[in-house]
Design a protein around this ligand. Structure first.
Ligand code: MN
Ligand code: MN
Length: 475
């Protein structure tokens, strides 16, 4: 009897991670690099939810999408967009199939961890003026002091006038900073040399914003008043107006290539701009229009998807009802939920890649790697699979079969954010769509430094996500 070829059998039967750079030809690598250029531009224009919505509308218009408010009816091939409260965005291309028979749906989020100004943020201490902040999303607080921060957002003045603010992005703009203690005064003290704990607390996240007082002896807080004078002269803002403002401190750094080979991008807000950009491009470039395709950019994922602009909001149902009516179907709730039940969906969000410096927290068998492709997460959550939906085995198979048709789409399947059981975890938007009886699976890009002021992603994984989303829309 001939000896069995186990080497061949091993190749046939076992799962191996691929390194994209070893699989792609030069042409595909070039495409991925050029795709990343567009993404970096987007990152620089879209550091906040409002800015992302605005940049998304621009992409929509450039690709022939019309504002749904200006459309009387919808037919096969029509492309529309809807911006919800300037903080969430939906794009749809109408298929041949009735919408109640389902659609393809990709949802990603456009909010990123940042520092919001408090409602009464301005104060003076030791002849310096500061803004108090309240962090938004899960951050490691020690990462935010001593980096240059920009201030983005809007203030609503008396009478409702909207004043947009964007300071710190232009190289000639001033920036703002949270201070930290010098190491010389932050070392072990006490008789036993015990280490004094000086962890950065939420109330320490105060932005230094000025130091020149007004020239007047009788004013109590002279530097604070000087800041107010500046803000009033420049924007018409009074101290009271901060309560009706959405002002976010974000890193002023631009997106940059990282590494000698420029294979990586470091930037603020990869989570989840990277999936958002890949998804909108995939929709705009996808060809098959048999079935209606929907791309949603959602707000408030980082704080649990609560609120009028988050994934739990009924504005999504309203939008589907609108699509139904404009395309000649009844917009009743039964049809809306029929459409959800018959839909196939991807929750496009980032996950963690195995960082060689912190390997111990990962389940190395199922954890994603940077440069090894888009990551399908069968489930997220924490502990005993709490706070997650889990994609059905059948649906995961279906998506894998779609992806496998294109040899350039490299992907990895993971779960639990790649973490060891009971070692942390996290949730995203998939469960909120799954609760609407939708077939949905997470698929996104692995990152290093997730939720840090600057995060790292691979250009190869970004392009795989784009190709994967496109394949999903086209099949
Ligand atoms: Mn995310
Ligand atoms: Mn996040």
């Amino acid at each position: 009897m001939a000896k069995k070829n186990y080497k061949k059998l091993e190749e046939q039967l076992t799962l191996k991670k691929k390194n994209i750079w070893e699989v792609w030809d030069d042409k595909t690598k070039k495409e991925a690099f050029s795709f990343a250029e567009g993404y970096k531009e987007f990152l620089n224009q879209a550091k906040t939810e409002r800015e992302a919505t605005r940049a998304g509308i621009l992409i929509a218009k450039q690709n022939g999408f019309k504002n749904i408010a200006e459309v009387k009816n919808l037919k096969f091939g029509d492309k529309v967009y809807y911006a919800h409260r300037n903080r969430s965005l939906i794009l749809a291309t109408i298929g041949k199939e009735k919408i109640s028979n389902g659609f393809r749906f990709i949802m990603s989020h456009i909010d990123s961890p940042h520092l919001d100004l408090k409602v009464t943020p301005l104060y003076e201490e030791e002849n310096l003026a500061f803004f108090k902040t309240h962090y938004y999303g899960g951050i490691k607080k020690y990462q935010w002091p001593t980096i240059a921060l920009a201030l983005h957002g809007v203030v609503y003045l008396a009478g409702g006038k909207e004043m947009e603010i964007n300071i710190g992005e232009d190289i000639n703009d001033p920036v703002f900073m949270i201070t930290d203690l010098l190491p010389h005064l932050d070392r072990p003290t006490g008789p036993g040399g015990e280490i004094r704990k000086r962890e950065v607390q939420g109330e320490d996240l105060n932005l230094l914003i000025g130091s020149i007082p007004v020239n007047e002896k009788n004013v109590k807080e002279k530097v604070k008043l000087a800041v107010l004078e500046y803000l009033f002269n420049k924007y018409g803002i009074k101290e009271d107006d901060f309560a009706s403002a959405e002002l976010e401190a974000v890193p002023c750094e631009k997106a940059r290539d990282l590494g000698f080979d420029r294979s990586l991008i470091c930037a603020y807000g990869h989570d989840d701009s990277i999936c958002s950009f890949a998804a909108i491009k995939a929709l705009a470039d996808s060809k098959n229009n048999e079935i209606t395709k929907i791309c949603v950019w959602i707000d408030r994922e980082e704080i649990g998807s609560e609120g009028a602009t988050g994934a739990q909001s009924i504005f999504i149902e309203n939008f589907i009802a609108n699509l139904l009516e404009l395309s000649g179907e009844e917009g009743k709730i039964k049809n809306v939920y029929a459409a959800f039940s018959n839909a196939k969906a991807i929750s496009a969000d980032v996950c963690a890649g195995v960082d060689p410096d912190y390997k111990d927290v990962f389940d190395l068998r199922s954890a994603p790697r940077l440069g090894a492709g888009a990551v399908m997460e069968k489930y997220t959550g924490a502990g005993g699979k709490v706070h997650t939906s889990e994609a059905s085995a059948k649906f995961v198979r279906e998506i894998k079969d779609i992806l496998n048709k294109n040899k350039n789409i490299i992907y990895q399947v993971s779960g639990n954010l790649g973490a060891k059981v009971d070692l942390g975890g996290g949730g995203t938007i998939a469960m909120f769509m799954a609760n609407r009886d939708m077939d949905i699976v997470d698929m996104g890009v692995p990152l290093f430094n997730m939720h840090a002021p600057l995060e790292i992603a691979s250009k190869a994984d970004l392009y795989c996500a784009y190709l994967g989303y496109k394949a999903f829309f086209e099949n």
